[in-house]
Every structure is written in C-alpha cells, then in structure tokens.
Ligand binder design. Structure first.
Ligand SMILES: [Zn+2]
Length: 261
C-alpha cells in the first residue's frame, strides 16, 4: 500500500534532460539510434509474443469511473501503462513459472473487488486475492493520472514480490523500497520511449516529493528516511536507462531477485 503525504518543495527526477512529447497512448519515438535498444524491453517485432499477455491482463482490469475526480478518469492511459507492466513481467521475470501470473486490478473505487479492503492509503495490494486497488479517494494527493500510474506500478511490484519471493520473506521496508524502485523503473521506461510529457514528469516529481515526506510506510510503522523512497524511485528510473546508480545498490537489490533487468 502507499500513503501520500503533503508536498513540500519540488523534487527533480535526477537532472535528466527530458524530451518526452507524447503520452502513453501515443506512438513511441523512433528508437533506431538508441544505443540502449538491446537492453530495452521487447521491440515491436517481439511484441507479438506479448500481445496475449497484454490481452490477458486487460481482462483482469476493472475500471470504475469516479465522478468526483473527473481528471483521473483516464482509463486508456492506465490500461496502456498496466500492459507495459505485464510485458515487463512476462519478459523479465526470473521465476519463469510465475511470469504470467497477473494480478487482478481495480481502479477508481472498490466496485466488484473480490477481496474487500479497508484502504487507508491510495493503493492496496491484497496478497490473498492477488488483487490490487487504486481508489480515487482522499488519499490521492493530486488529480494527476500519472499519480495513479505511479501507485499502480508501486502496487504491481508488491504483487511481483509476493509471487516471486513471498511478501513475508522480505521486510516491510524492503518491500516498499522495492515497489518504489519498480515504479521508478516504469517511469524511466515510459520516458525513454517518449511517452511522458514534461508536464507529466513534473507531476511525477510532485508525487515523489509528497511520498518522500511520509514517515510511516503503509500498514507498518516503520520509519523511513525521507531520502530513501526518492532514492529508490530515482535508482529505478536510471536503471531503465541502463545505469546502476549508488541508490540502486542501496535500495533496489531485491528487485534484482525478481526481474532480470
Ligand atoms: Zn507499498
């Protein structure tokens, strides 16, 4: 789960030059000159083998529009983003027999959720039902669809931890930092594909600033250093660009036990 606190100041996602001009539902930029392409996610040519994965998880996404948050009702954006997460799972999962074990995803409000949760945060992952929920309620700090995508990626990572290692085999702090590493990785991936606008990257910065100010993690009372979550997110972001920064060594080692990045 994920709590969002109050924003204080502005957090830059590294000092990376941002060139993104399109959104997640836009055509990726031409990557023919990208030296990282062999390290990247499957190319369009490889994509056909993942189409069924995207189709499968699409059938497990339940979206319930919330009229009190019209700015967040961007279902197609969320479906595209979750499809990318599923592709990462299929192509990078170390535990191969779990590579297509996708979560059920509920966005907006609980609706027909299998397991009823009592969310005290913007996002919830229920390992019993392997179901995650992002509710458009008072716990979301902004009306940014990118904030919902961040929370979706964070919760999706809790699912990957659960089916790879078992949630109880890692500490609460490790689980949370791993989730932020993965959310950063997805943000870095989207940016590398030219799928985020400068405005959206600024919004991600807002969100991470808010997250970093939270002093307790989810359902635990673990105190987390303000820099840790930002560091984890930043490290994941850089990893998507092929760089292993020091914060990755500090906060993201568990991600390497789950995904071959
Ligand atoms: Zn969490």
């Amino acid at each position: 789960m994920l709590k969002l606190g109050s924003i204080a100041g502005f957090f830059l996602v590294g000092s990376i030059a941002i060139y993104g001009v399109s959104r997640l539902n836009s055509t990726p930029a031409n990557r023919s000159t990208d030296p990282r392409k062999t390290e990247d996610l499957p190319s369009e040519a490889d994509r056909s083998q993942d189409i069924d994965a995207a189709t499968q998880i699409a059938g497990q996404i339940n979206f319930f529009a919330d009229t009190t948050h019209p700015g967040l009702n961007d279902e197609q954006q969320y479906r595209k983003g979750i499809g990318d997460m599923a592709r990462v799972q299929v192509s990078r999962m170390i535990k191969k027999d779990q590579a297509r074990n996708f979560p059920t995803i509920v966005i907006g409000r609980q609706g027909l959720k299998k397991c009823k949760d009592t969310p005290n945060s913007a996002g919830t992952y229920n390992p019993k039902c392997q179901e995650l929920l992002v509710a458009f309620d008072t716990y979301l700090r902004y009306d940014y669809p990118i904030e919902v995508l961040y929370v979706l990626a964070h919760e999706y990572a809790h699912h990957l931890v659960e089916i790879s290692l078992g949630s109880t085999s890692v500490s609460g702090l490790d689980n949370e930092l791993t989730a932020d590493c993965f959310a950063g990785y997805m943000a870095g991936y989207w940016n590398s594909q030219g799928k985020l606008t400068q405005n959206e990257l600024n919004q991600v910065s807002d969100v991470m600033q808010a997250v970093a100010k939270v002093t307790s993690l989810d359902s635990t009372t673990t105190h987390v250093d303000e820099g840790q979550r930002k560091g984890a997110f930043f490290a994941g972001y850089e990893r998507a660009g092929g760089k292993v920064v020091q914060q990755y060594q500090n906060f993201c080692k568990t991600l390497d036990r789950i995904l071959k990045l």
